[in-house]
Design a protein around this ligand. Structure first.
Ligand code: ASP
Length: 430
């Protein structure tokens, strides 16, 4: 059995939905398709989800939503018409319009993108529709409740094919609730695990996951195979191909994920698996995350006073910083943190409260990561990365090799992210 999730770009209009139908019908074992809301048709188009969020915002401000909602209505009506569906989607749209206008809230509004698309696609394919609200329970912290797996498992009967809208479920009170943005990946992973799928296919508009952001490295090579751990490590540092929270459900059940291109189904794509032979491709990818603030603290014997270190970190957290990466010296602590960008008051707070000799908070940093299960066997290539960055005149704030067996980290300047990615890519993959 295969669960196939299609992203918004794969379902943006009738022509794409036809392609999706062809893919689904070409293999009987594709039993459940999890669908997103219609995405962008061109780079200057607007995703339906974004339009729905806008409608909700207008409604919450007491403003009319008619003009914005018209775009939503038109998109679905056009899809229905071009697919020659005898659908009563118009009535469903009227209901959604009414509910959003009457203050149904952001979760409900955003969820209707997938809901309405799911209805149309199920009508087109003649597959059964499962309303995610009936089977997916989302806890207050945004995680999926355990009983979801049983509910989804019961709803999917052998011998039938199903469409499940992604991105939402219900909360404990029974009210519609969405996952975070891009959350249809999570829905797909949940369904795959619930029905014990052999493969979880993730269909998108690229032929797999690239070794570096293709917007930075044009024609970056595609990764053939990588592990769940590698995806997680890359995602934590800005790799934006697969929703981080979508890994856990399939990882626990050992279900491989296959990332495929709806527009080029013949391309192999990328497999995400539990383990791989790392000698073939020791390093799989490079990523970078921006918006870091560098917080530096200097005080004599700082590291001999762990209680002070703890108190400093507590104070910084209270000021709204997540201390993502810490570099400790003898008398110095440096944090690469995400949080408020202007930190003069924090710097003086540290001086006053902890009598540190100096402290500073500076914005404009990024963290780059080089990831691969074979990293530790690649000492020679890894040792060339730091000099290569310096040779090109790029600043390196810290290098962290060895803390993780899978990832090497570089603290860099945000303005130099592109050059850093190019340099690391050249050394490792060219
Ligand atoms: N449509 C939602 C979003 O734009 C969820 C998804 O596509 O996965 O975030």
């Amino acid at each position: 059995m295969i669960v196939s999730k299609f992203g918004g770009s794969s379902l943006c209009d009738a022509a794409h939905i036809r392609k999706v139908a062809e893919i689904l019908k070409s293999d009987e074992s594709r039993q459940v398709a999890v669908v997103s809301a219609p995405g962008k048709r061109s780079s200057d188009d607007t995703k339906i989800t974004d339009r729905l969020y806008r409608c909700e915002k207008l409604a919450s401000e007491g403003k009319p939503i008619t003009d914005e909602f018209e775009h939503v209505r038109e998109r679905y009506l056009q899809i229905a018409q071009e697919l020659a569906l005898d659908s009563n989607i118009g009535e469903a749209l009227d209901q959604v319009y009414k509910n959003i206008s009457e203050g149904a809230g952001p979760h409900y509004a955003a969820s209707r993108g997938e809901y309405l698309n799911g209805i149309l696609i199920s009508e087109y394919l003649g597959w059964k529709f499962i309303d995610a609200q009936d089977v997916v329970i989302i806890e207050d912290d945004g995680t999926v409740a355990d009983e979801t797996y049983e509910l989804v498992g019961k709803a999917v009967e052998p011998g039938f094919h199903y469409i499940v809208p992604g991105f939402f479920g219900r909360d404990r009170k029974g009210i519609v609730r969405t996952f975070s943005r891009g959350g249809s990946d999570i829905s797909g992973a949940i369904v795959a695990r619930a029905i014990g799928a052999d493969i979880y296919e993730n269909w998108t508009d690229v032929s797999g996951i690239s070794k570096a952001d293709p917007r930075i490295v044009k024609n970056a090579q595609v990764i053939n195979k990588l592990t769940y751990s590698e995806v997680r490590e890359l995602a934590a540092v800005g790799f934006n191909v697969f929703h981080e929270d979508a890994i856990a459900p399939v990882r626990e059940a050992g279900i491989p994920i296959q990332v495929k291109n709806t527009n080029r189904p013949q391309d192999e794509g990328t497999s995400i698996v539990a383990s791989r032979d790392a000698s073939e491709d020791p390093v799989v990818g490079i990523s970078a995350k921006k918006d870091f603030v560098k917080i530096s603290v200097h005080k004599l014997f700082l590291l001999k006073r762990p209680e002070m270190k703890d108190a400093i970190e507590k104070a910084l957290r209270e000021e709204g910083y997540s201390l993502d990466f810490t570099v400790a010296g003898i008398d110095d602590l440096t944090y690469f943190a995400q949080g408020p960008q202007s930190g003069e008051t924090v710097a003086s707070l540290l001086k006053e409260r902890f009598s540190v000799e100096s402290s500073s908070v500076e914005a404009g940093f990024a963290v780059a990561a080089v990831t691969g299960e074979g990293l530790s066997c690649e000492a020679e290539a890894v040792s060339r990365l730091f000099p290569a960055l310096l040779e090109r005149g790029l600043s390196v704030e810290f290098v962290n090799i060895g803390a993780s067996p899978v990832t090497a980290l570089f603290g860099i300047r945000e303005s130099e992210v592109k050059e850093v990615i190019h340099t690391l890519y050249d050394v490792l993959f060219s």
